[in-house]
Design a protein around this ligand. Structure first.
Ligand SMILES: C[S@@+](CC[C@H](N)C(=O)[O-])C[C@H]1O[C@@H](n2cnc3c(N)ncnc32)[C@H](O)[C@@H]1O
Length: 370
């Protein structure tokens, strides 16, 4: 007899639980995975192993909550086609830049030319918008706005936009230990928990523009040498509504979890500087919505509906894999409501997370089928 959903207990899967020594940060953030910080992603090696186990014949995978694009990038590396959906415009821009196929010669020309002109003092800062005045020192604001004014001159403007966003993130008036969700601008020197000394807020952005332009070039070139020419499709929209065509051989996803992260807010500087469309009211499980009973019920409704829609696109008997730290035990019911049968639950020991939330942490890989 098949086990019931309740009888599926999580088993620790040692092969999915890498230690820091097995898998150092350098590997977890290899090539394009570190084009821009993103809080709440899964690691490429996990996705790689899930593909190896569950989609051994290759094919096409869907990630309805694609985030920074780990599933898509890994699909290209592992030789699969992939479709990713995300409600956050910045995440979609980041995924586009990571997965596009470049003419490396013209990419290098654009990035180096933009940097040279920027360092010569070209570009116009114009008047700083309110957010920029508030969150950046005067010189940093001028430098970022000047770089922004150059970006549109290039075919690879989107790559330069990611460089701009990353430089802005580093140049904000924040403490070093609160880069994820800073509350108020830090204008004075402060005691830094991270470096255990007094640190000063950043005054300039130019060195970040230089560092990240060159780093982005290296990362995109490195990825170009390991990727396949498989097809990636990125859809900016609500996974409850986007029209997806065709059939898939697997769904691999890590949905947002209620009350943890505001996915638009974590890249607020990018929305402000790049004028991106903000659809935060459509985010499922946003931290801002809280964890009241009503919020959890709305979350479960939304995730169940997305998983049901995704499962309907799966070829017969293909797997739907959900990576989640389900500490509220919401998922057995969510899967059931999505018409899915939970057939396995692998627990993995997440060795280390980045940022101040560091610590012991487990997450599960739920294996379900329609
Ligand atoms: C846990 S993250 C996924 C991270 C991804 N696995 C990675 O490695 O980068 C969840 C994502 O779901 C997105 N999201 C939230 N609500 C959504 C919705 N209604 N439709 C599509 N995406 C949504 C968020 O913007 C966020 O990027």
């Amino acid at each position: 007899m098949a086990p019931t959903q309740d009888a599926i207990y999580a088993e620790l899967d040692a092969d999915l639980s890498w230690s820091e020594r097995d898998l150092p940060e350098r590997e977890r953030t290899k090539h394009v995975h570190r084009l821009h910080p993103y809080l709440g992603k899964f690691i490429p090696q996990l996705v790689e192993e899930l593909f190896r186990r569950h989609v051994p014949g290759g094919g096409r995978v869907l990630d309805p909550f694609a985030g920074s694009g780990t599933t898509l990038v890994q699909a290209l590396e592992s030789g699969l086609d992939a479709t990713g959906v995300d409600i956050a415009a910045f995440n979609c821009l980041l995924m586009e830049v990571k997965t596009r196929q470049y003419n490396l010669f013209s990419l290098e020309h654009d990035l180096r030319d933009a940097l040279t002109r920027f360092e010569r003092g070209e570009g116009r800062a114009g008047r700083a918008p309110r957010y920029v005045q508030e969150w950046f020192a005067i010189d940093a604001a001028k430098e970022l706005l000047r770089f922004r004014s150059l970006v549109n001159d290039y075919e690879h403007a989107d790559v330069l936009r990611i460089v701009l966003a990353r430089a802005a993130r580093s140049a904000r008036l924040t403490t070093h230990f609160d880069l994820d969700f800073p509350r108020t601008p830090q204008r004075e020197p402060y005691w830094c928990h991270k470096h255990r000394r007094e640190c000063k807020p950043v005054g300039h952005a130019a060195r970040f523009v230089r560092r990240y332009t060159l780093d982005t070039l290296v990362r995109l070139k490195t990825f170009a040498h390991v990727r396949t020419r498989h097809v990636v499709e990125i859809m900016h929209g609500d996974a409850l509504e986007v029209e997806l065509g065709g059939q898939f051989d697997a769904v691999v996803t890590s949905p947002p979890y209620p009350g943890l992260i505001d996915y638009h807010e974590q890249h607020r500087y990018a929305y402000e500087l790049l004028g991106l469309d903000d659809r935060r009211e459509r985010e499922l499980g946003a931290a801002a919505a809280g964890t009241s009973r009503a919020a959890l019920a709305a979350y479960a409704d939304g995730i169940a509906a997305v998983l049901e829609r995704s499962a309907a696109l799966l070829r017969a008997d293909a797997p739907l894999l959900v990576v989640v730290n389900d500490r509220r035990d919401l998922y057995p019911e969510i899967l059931e409501r999505a018409g899915l049968r939970l057939e396995g639950r692998h627990r993995r020991h997440v060795n280390r997370r980045t940022g101040r939330r560091a610590g012991e942490y487990f997450e599960d890989v739920l294996i379900a089928r329609g």
